[in-house]
Design a protein around this ligand. Structure first.
Ligand SMILES: [Zn+2]
Length: 199
């Protein structure tokens, strides 16, 4: 997988080596019924390729590592980071899905910087994804690095593959949840999360 090389400075080289992908994209344009050589579409295969490398930047990092900057703080109550915006790519249709993630955990000695949680979410979002896996990966990263008493992640997202094709449900959104530790065991912890979320 040459395109998933770790060196971002090789981007230009990668693009130059991707003639076959560009040819394939030209074929796709023809198949859809347009002329890949007309003015507006001429540069499109190159732009699509470049955009895909950006959509999938998360493969070139281990998002968990953002959480490794931890602080010892005597705080045993819920930490909730709401409305972390993300953009991801549905792996079934290569169509965008986007929305917000709400990430909460009950620390057990280790806490991390609030912005680090956002960076971690971004790292998993910038891959080919399904919303359920994205939700679980975020929860697992928190569990593994911070070893908290509990973790709860809620993601609300809109999927362009549901909005733009087939059953055109423009306003539908999908909510997924992942719970670990006390959030799975104790109803009141989950309630606290949801109460703070809806406030
Ligand atoms: Zn889809």
């Amino acid at each position: 997988m040459e395109l998933l090389d770790n060196d971002p400075t090789n981007l230009g080289k990668k693009l130059a080596q991707s003639e076959n992908i560009m040819d394939g994209l030209k074929d796709l344009i023809r198949l859809c019924g347009d002329d890949p050589d007309r003015n507006g579409l001429e540069e499109t295969p190159f732009r699509v390729l470049k955009a895909f490398l950006e959509y999938t930047e998360g493969y070139r990092e281990d998002p968990k590592e953002h959480l490794e900057k931890v602080f010892d703080v005597d705080h045993q109550e819920l930490v909730l980071v709401k409305n972390i915006e993300f953009h991801s790519m549905c792996e079934h249709h290569f169509a965008p899905f986007f929305g917000v993630a709400h990430v909460g955990y009950i620390p057990n000695e280790k806490i991390t910087g609030l912005s680090k949680i956002g960076r971690m979410v971004e790292g998993y979002a910038k891959r080919f994804q399904v919303q359920e896996r994205l939700t679980n990966q975020i929860a697992e990263a928190i569990e593994e690095i911070l070893e908290p008493n509990g973790t709860m992640v809620v993601i609300e997202a809109k999927h362009m593959c549901m909005c733009g094709r087939g059953i055109k449900k423009v306003n539908s959104s999908t909510t997924t949840t992942s719970v670990r530790g006390v959030f799975a065991e104790k109803g009141e912890s989950k309630m606290e999360f949801l109460t703070l979320l809806n406030r």
